[in-house]
Design a protein around this ligand. Structure first.
Ligand code: 1PR
Length: 534
């Protein structure tokens, strides 16, 4: 019997699903006394260090947890579940951790690396282990801004290191206590295999097969390939995956039906099987409807999280709303429903633009009122993605606009040599007096953890990513960026990584129509010497 310590934060549905998929029974810790009854305890940490510790104290879990750990009983900590084993964290000064492992948790230094460390990286084993497979190059999904620092004081705990800037502790182990910084439940087949090894270890949680240490080269973060599913209800009332050309999702002729490219859950499961590193659902008409009334979308997430063990992002309609009965829901309430249904991240489009306009009108002061701040405070920065839907606006000279321009190699209709990228809302229907640089910088300041950068001009064209747009935003912020819109062939992916240094690239149409398989993209990138997850 496996016991899960769910203290009410973040997406633990995927972990439950992963354990059940592996054929193990799961029970929930509901009272402090349940902890000492556990045969094998899993502690998934999601959210800020201080918030997790406060919650553990509030629930009366700290003492039994310390007693359980001191008794050397089988334990697996995940992410913040590893960090709380240490003495404290820069993330939450003054709040002590469980104090089992000597050392502090530190923020990644900003040495030109984007923070959070988000994506697939591998581990270097420091000593023999049963948790990991023999294949040293396997990659796991990490998402964190803070990390455990290896030191002489915690040498006997160090199981594995991962490199991102400086090396950090990606796995610790002593006796039956194991903890990993990455998310095995989001790490595809490598993560499921690791979970199985922990769950199936002998009764004291010790390994049967021991893998020797690996003293290999520094590990490398892989570029991510993201499959995106634009979802909406068609005219017949069915929820379908659709795909537009420059955001027009209707057929060009006949009755102009909404294009139907398949069923959301089936397509997501197919992309998982084909090796997508992440999957995004965009509920593209949610700006008109209240998403919590949109039960099918929540159901799509619940079912997808039973079959997909890589990160799932959901976007569309993340904003405050008052329903017909006058009941008010905050953007955080909406996000909460999505997280509980299986999302790992939410992406915010229109609401981010409006929030940034208010923020700039206040003189760039943060007052805690925005959806970005509220969701990031509870679920962490990494859980908040900003989806930007920009369109080119050409100008003759840089001086003719107050917006950040680029000199473009693709002149405008009247031969204009400059353009700026205008933010839009409501799926491109309304342009605003805000450019992508202003939006991206403000969202980073408000606490967003990642940017999904679309291009209305390139969407569905297959003409390649808009490198000028992407390079402009990449230079403006240090959070990870997913380049989106326009992928037409494998070369476009290599081009966007080489030219802009973004962390991830997304495609929709070529994957839906089976024109370019995900594995063809990955093989090509590997040939080009670009780090990817196999
Ligand atoms: O404004 O918070 O409710 O969020 C709405 C979300 O829906 C936003 O993320 C917005 O990008 C998305 N959206 C709204 N309308 C459309 C539409 O297509 N009519 N889809 C839409 C945006 C763009 C991409 C697409 C890439 C790759 N889809 O995500 O998947 O362009 O396509 P390609 O590889 O085929 O070129 P809110």
């Amino acid at each position: 019997m496996i016991s899960l310590l769910d203290y009410g934060a973040g997406n633990v549905r995927s972990l439950r699903n992963a354990i059940q998929t592996l054929g193990f029974e799961l029970t929930e810790i509901e009272r402090p006394e349940d902890i000492l009854k556990a045969e094998r305890l899993i502690f998934p940490g999601v959210g800020a260090f201080g918030a997790v510790m406060e919650r553990l104290h509030h629930l009366g879990y700290v003492e039994p947890l310390q007693e359980y750990l001191a008794a050397d009983r089988p334990f697996l900590g995940i992410c913040v579940g590893l960090q709380t084993l240490f003495e404290g964290s820069e993330e939450s000064p003054g709040i002590p951790g469980l104090g089992l492992i000597p050392g502090q948790i530190r923020r990644f230094a900003k040495s030109g690396l984007s923070v959070p460390h988000m994506g697939w990286n591998s581990v270097r084993l420091r000593r023999p282990s049963s948790l990991f497979a023999r294949y040293a190059g396997e990659k796991f999904y990490f998402v964190h801004s803070y990390h455990a620092v290896p030191s002489a004081d915690n040498a006997d705990w160090q199981l594995a290191l991962t490199d991102y800037g400086d090396p950090f502790l990606s796995a610790v182990q002593r006796g039956a206590l194991n903890a990993v910084q990455f998310h095995p439940e989001k790490s595809g087949s490598a993560g499921l295999a690791l979970l199985r090894r922990f769950l199936a270890a002998d009764e004291v949680g010790r390994p049967s097969i021991v893998v020797p240490p690996t003293f290999n080269e520094p590990t490398r973060l892989a570029k991510r390939i993201v499959a995106c599913l634009d979802v909406r209800t068609n005219d017949q009332g069915d929820l379908v995956v659709t795909k537009g050309d420059q955001y027009d999702v209707r057929e060009k002729s006949g009755a102009r039906d909404v294009r139907n490219l398949g069923q959301p859950v089936d397509l997501a499961a197919r992309y998982y099987d084909e090796g997508a590193d992440e999957i995004s659902f965009l509920n593209i008409t949610a700006f008109r409807d209240f998403p919590l009334a949109d039960q099918p979308m929540l159901e799509v997430l619940r079912r997808a999280s039973e079959r997909v063990f890589v990160p799932l992002t959901i976007g569309g309609g993340i904003r405050a709303f008052t329903d017909a009965e006058g009941r008010h829901y905050s953007a955080l309430d909406v996000a909460h429903e999505y997280f509980r249904s299986g999302a790992d991240k939410v992406s915010i489009g229109s609401e981010a633009v409006l929030a940034v306009e208010d923020y700039l009108a206040r003189g760039g002061i943060k007052d805690g009122s925005t959806a970005i701040e509220q969701i990031a405070a509870v679920y962490g920065n990494q859980a908040v993605v900003i989806s930007i839907d920009p369109r080119r606006v050409y100008v003759e000279t840089p001086e003719s606009t107050h917006h950040a321009v680029v000199e473009t190699s693709l002149p405008g209709p009247k031969g204009e040599r400059y353009c700026w990228f205008q933010c839009t809302i409501k799926g491109g229907r309304e342009g605003r007096d805000l450019d992508v640089v202003e939006l991206a910088r403000a969202c980073e300041d408000l606490g967003a953890g990642e940017i999904l950068l679309n291009s209305i001009d390139r969407d569905g064209t297959g003409a390649g990513f808009d490198l000028e747009l992407i390079a402009q935003v990449r230079a403006a912020v240090s959070i990870p960026i997913i380049a989106s819109s326009g992928a037409g062939c494998v070369e476009h992916f290599a081009e966007v990584f080489a030219a802009t240094g973004v962390e991830a690239a997304l495609a929709a149409g070529i994957f839906h129509r089976r024109e370019v398989p995900i594995q063809a993209v990955k093989s090509y990138l590997r040939e080009q010497g670009i780090e990817i997850r196999s």
